[in-house]
Ligand binder design. Sequence first.
Ligand SMILES: Nc1ncnc2c1ncn2[C@@H]1O[C@H](COP(=O)(O)OP(=O)(O)O)[C@@H](O)[C@H]1O
Ligand SMILES: [Mg+2]
Length: 214
Amino acid sequence: MAMYLSLPNQKGGVGKTTLSLHLAWRCQELGLRVLAVDLDPQGNFSESLLGVDSLDMVEVEDNALYEKLDQQQKEGVFCRRSYHLLNSELPAPLKPVPTNYPGLDVIPSLITDSSLQAVNKQPVDDAIYPKIHLQSIDHDYDVVVIDVPPQKDTLQLAGVIASRKIVLPVVMSAYPMRGIRAMMDTIKELKAIGVKVDLVGVLVNIYSLSLIHI
Ligand SMILES: Nc1ncnc2c1ncn2[C@@H]1O[C@H](COP(=O)(O)OP(=O)(O)O)[C@@H](O)[C@H]1O
Ligand SMILES: [Mg+2]
C-alpha cells in the first residue's frame, strides 16, 4: 500500500504547498512512484507541477468527459481533476496526469477551481470519498502527497482523512502557532470518531531569528 502524507495547518503561508512540492520531487528523485493530489482550489501545487498550459489541457479533457457522457460514449474518457474525488461514485475511471518527471503524476485542481470550491457546499460526510477513490489506484504508487487548503472545510478534512501520516508545518509566530493548535484539535476530533491519523511531527519552516522576540 502507498504511504499517504499531507502537511496541513489551519493557516495560510506556512509552506504547506512548497513543502508538499519538495517532498513530491525528492521522492521522485529517489526513484519512488509518486502521486500528487491537489485539494486546494488555489491550484498552486498543480501549477508548479504541470504548468499553466498543461492545466488548460486538463480542463479541456475534463469538460469533454461530460460532453461524452451526455452522448453515452463513456469509453476513452477519464476523470482527470481532483473535484471528482468528492463524488460518491466516479463518472469515469480516474486517470492521474503525468508530469515531465518520470514516476510523478498529479490529480490536479485548476487555478481558482470553482468546481473544487463548490465541494465545500457538500455535506462534511463526503470527505471520506477521496480516500476510497485514491485507494483504487494507489497500487501504482509508493507515495501519495496531498496538498490541502488552510480553512477547516470539507476539502481539508478530506485530505487529512485520506492521509495516514500528517506533518504539521509551522512558522514561529503567533497566528501559524494558533493554526497548529486548531489543526491538532481537528485531528483529535477525527481520532475520536475512529479515523486513523498518525501525527509524525511538527516541522518548523521559514525560520528567522528576527521572528523570535526574547
Ligand atoms: N522554507 C522556505 N523558505 C523560504 N520561503 C518559503 C519556504 N517555504 C515557503 N516559502 C514561501 O512562503 C510562501 C508561502 O508558501 P506556501 O507553500 O504557498 O504556503 P501555504 O501553502 O501554507 O499557503 C511562498 O511564497 C513560498 O515560496
Ligand atoms: Mg498552499
